[in-house]
Design a protein around this ligand. Structure first.
Ligand SMILES: [Zn+2]
Length: 182
């Protein structure tokens, strides 16, 4: 599993040694056009405090282009990465690239499994959670790009599941469990 004493790495941003170098994908650009969105994603490699700073700087810079979608896409993503920076240890991405320096893209089926997590199953409550958890497991040794597709799908579907459960509970409490209309 993990190294007992993980070697320290240099943060490319502040040049300080860190025991928690993070490799996370975040939006480089995001243009929300009401019915569609154009976006680019890029890896952010930094120590926890530098990562938080660059992610939130980028998130704020994306406000005008993201407008209505900002609280739905940019904010949750940035908030999630902020939480990730408090997990001690280097990102698994570094171990993956060290174990396999000549990194090859996963086979097509695994790329599809990961891509479908974000583009389709993310919007299905309950079933999406199960699918994306399996996808995350299958892509555990793959590049961050693929893992993050499955992870994003998992987060969105988990949020939708929570919303749905909340709505059902709310409806049950307000209207009484006996005379539910559905
Ligand atoms: Zn740093």
């Amino acid at each position: 599993m993990s190294d007992p004493a993980p070697r320290r790495r240099i943060c490319p941003s502040c040049r300080r040694e860190t025991s928690s170098l993070k490799y996370e994908l975040f939006l480089e650009s995001w243009l929300f056009l009401l019915v569609a969105a154009a976006y680019e994603v890029r890896p952010f490699v930094a120590c926890p405090s530098c990562l938080r700073r660059s992610v939130w700087k980028k998130a704020v810079a994306l406000l005008p282009a993201a407008h209505l979608s900002w609280p739905l896409v940019v904010f949750p993503w940035a908030a999630f990465l902020t939480v990730c920076t408090f997990i001690p240890g280097h990102s698994s991405q570094f171990a993956i690239s060290e174990r396999n320096p000549a990194y090859l893209d996963p086979p097509a089926w695994r790329r599809w499994v990961a891509a479908l997590g974000r583009t389709f199953f993310a919007y299905l409550p309950v079933l999406g959670v199960v699918y994306c958890a399996v996808a995350l497991y299958l892509t555990r040794n793959d590049d961050a790009h693929y893992r993050s597709s499955a992870r994003t799908g998992l987060i969105i579907s988990a949020l939708l599941t929570a919303l749905l459960a909340g709505a059902i509970l709310y409806d049950g409490c307000v209207n009484g469990w006996g005379n539910a209309k559905w």
